[in-house]
Ligand binder design. Structure first.
Ligand code: NAD
Length: 360
């Protein structure tokens, strides 16, 4: 039996992870995948109970497990705390402690929700891309980093640093992912200006030789940003460093519509993965059964795919979500303008997905 640690966190976190857990239980039973859940604290919930947003015993528990399902952390109750001890530190702490170097953010348009995008439906219909972002290196972590206030003019410095091994391992993640998709990788860079990007070009080309069936393209980050809104359908897998990936993954996600639909995965060497919805703890709707659990449920599908290599089971969840949306079921956040239909709550959305899974 493989252990999945559930870290519900704060706000709507416990509501959405509860639905994801129900769905995982059912789909794993149907596909003969033996799993057991263990729940632990993170974020504000952990501060309240243990005085710290992340404790060593929780890190150890996660390390000894197959995968982690996380809800969200944070909320007004803890907003006045010093930055170093706030709930968000729990999230950064667990990513660092587990060495989660690869962040995977799919951006997919469900045809029933194509109208939710700020772009025209004919531009977004059929978008299905995956942004693979390096998460533990680059300019966010590079040394030296400082503000120099000693002279007459203040200056600040950050360093963008990557070694070839960091580039190669994230590139392999992207190519492996493309193998199960449309066999296309776009490497996003700024090699006309940055030496770091020139090294990325070299290493990405070297790694690509091991994947002869997968097509590789290089795209400057500025033109990639334009193409994402002009012709988003052309992208399959995008691979890039921490800074560019941070920005492009949010841009790609937002052209698809609602925050409540976006899953993510962060993966360590050896396959341990942390799966979480992109949205936050939504304190404005917490505890009212209003949250959309589909991002958390789709994060469960990513878990089955990446930590269990259970592609059929993952596909079953995605098909069930598709069918639920096609049937017109909506939580409040994904009701389209002009749609005159009653909304359902978080638990009922979970029920509808389970119903569909029973039919598959
Ligand atoms: P948020 O994502 O929590 O909410 C933004 C808006 O989207 C809100 O109106 C909310 O009601 C809505 N929303 C978000 N998820 C939804 C869902 N599943 N269903 C329906 N509606 C949904 O972002 P925020 O308001 O900027 O942040 C709130 C708290 O969450 C803050 O404390 C912030 O630090 C934290 N946060 C945590 C994470 C994380 O845990 N990964 C990410 C972002 C923000």
């Amino acid at each position: 039996m493989d252990r999945i640690v559930v870290l519900p966190g704060d706000g709507i976190g416990p509501e959405v992870t509860a639905q994801a857990q129900r769905v995982l239980e059912v789909v794993c039973a149907k596909h003969d995948i033996k799993i057991g859940f263990e729940e632990a604290l993170i974020g504000g919930a952990s501060i309240d109970a243990k005085g710290s947003p992340l404790t060593d015993d929780v890190i150890e528990l996660c390390r000894e497990s197959r995968a982690i399902l996380l809800g969200a952390v944070g909320g007004p109750k803890w907003d006045d705390m010093p930055v170093a001890t706030r709930p968000e530190k729990g999230l950064l702490g667990i990513r660092k402690a587990l060495g989660l170097f690869a962040n995977l953010r799919p951006a997919q348009v469900f045809s029933a929700l194509a109208q939710a995008s700020s772009l025209r439906p004919e531009v977004v219909e059929g978008i299905d891309m995956l942004v693979v972002r390096e998460l533990t290196g680059g300019i966010y972590f590079g040394e030296p980093r400082f503000i120099d206030r000693s002279g007459p003019v203040r200056t600040a410095t950050n360093a963008m640093v990557y070694d070839e091994n960091e580039i190669a391992r994230i590139t392999r993640v992207a190519f492996e992912a493309a193998g199960g998709r449309r066999q296309h990788v776009t490497h996003v860079h700024k090699a006309n200006v940055l030496e770091v990007s020139q090294l990325w070009m070299e290493v990405v080309e070297e790694v690509a030789k091991n994947y002869p069936n997968i097509e590789l393209a290089h795209q400057l980050v500025d033109s990639c940003a334009m193409l994402l809104v002009k012709e988003p359908r052309r992208f399959d897998v995008i691979v890039t460093g921490n800074l560019f990936g941070d920005i492009l993954s949010d841009q790609a996600a937002m052209i698809t519509g609602s925050l409540g639909m976006l899953p993510s995965a962060s993966i360590a060497e050896g396959g341990l993965g942390l799966y979480e919805p992109v949205h936050g703890s939504a304190p404005d709707i917490a505890g009212q059964d209003l949250a959309n659990p589909l991002a958390a449920i789709l994060s469960g599908a990513m878990m089955l795919e990446h930590s269990f290599s259970a592609h059929d089971a993952a596909g079953a969840i995605r098909s069930a979500v598709d069918a639920v949306l096609d049937a017109g079921h909506r939580t409040g956040d994904i009701v389209l303008d002009g749609e005159n239909r009653p909304t359902i709550g978080c638990v009922e959305m979970g029920d509808r997905v389970l119903e569909q899974l029973e039919c598959v």
